[in-house]
Ligand binder design. Structure first.
Ligand code: 5GP
Length: 139
């Protein structure tokens, strides 16, 4: 499948769709997931037009990993959780629904199940607040 330049994350990268940004550098962008599976669910995407890991430039893969390494501890601190799930889905058979590669950073707490994947839209005021919490934890 050819990369769709109009997928929602491509639009976010071009500034044509909004997001609650937490971090950006030359090669990556990180923002809150609008349908979080847990409070604090954050995404990291590369500024590179790849659907999945199979067509991602290795330098951007490294940049993504570096940003995940930076954001995951901030999410853990901001939401005061004992665990963080880092996940990255490749292809619809693996559950991928947005075809611009991204890594999920999801807070986990013993005994609290994750919400369904990409199902329930969060309150935007909450997402704004959560983005602020992650940004503060990055300082
Ligand atoms: P995937 O299923 O491809 O691994 O994950 C896509 C993720 O993108 C889902 O967790 C879904 O909630 C999130 N998502 C879908 N549309 C948007 C959007 O417009 N903005 C943001 N910030 N996240 C989105």
């Amino acid at each position: 499948m050819a990369y769709d330049q109009n997928n929602i994350f491509a639009k976010i990268l071009r500034g044509e769709a909004p997001c609650f940004k937490v971090f950006e550098d030359d090669m990556t962008l990180s923002f809150m997931d609008v349908m979080p599976q847990a409070e604090g669910h954050t995404l990291v995407i590369p500024k590179y037009p790849a659907e999945n890991i199979f067509d991602l430039d290795p330098e951007y893969a490294a940049a993504m990993a570096k940003t995940v390494r930076r954001i995951a501890p901030a999410v853990r601190k901001a939401f005061d959780v004992p665990g963080i799930l880092v996940a990255q889905l490749n292809g619809s058979a693996a559950g991928q629904t947005v075809f611009h590669i991204h890594t999920h950073i999801i807070p986990r707490t013993d005994g609290i199940d994750l919400k369904f994947h990409a199902r329930e839209m969060a309150d935007f005021k909450q997402l704004e607040k959560h983005a602020g919490m992650v940004k503060a934890a990055l300082q």
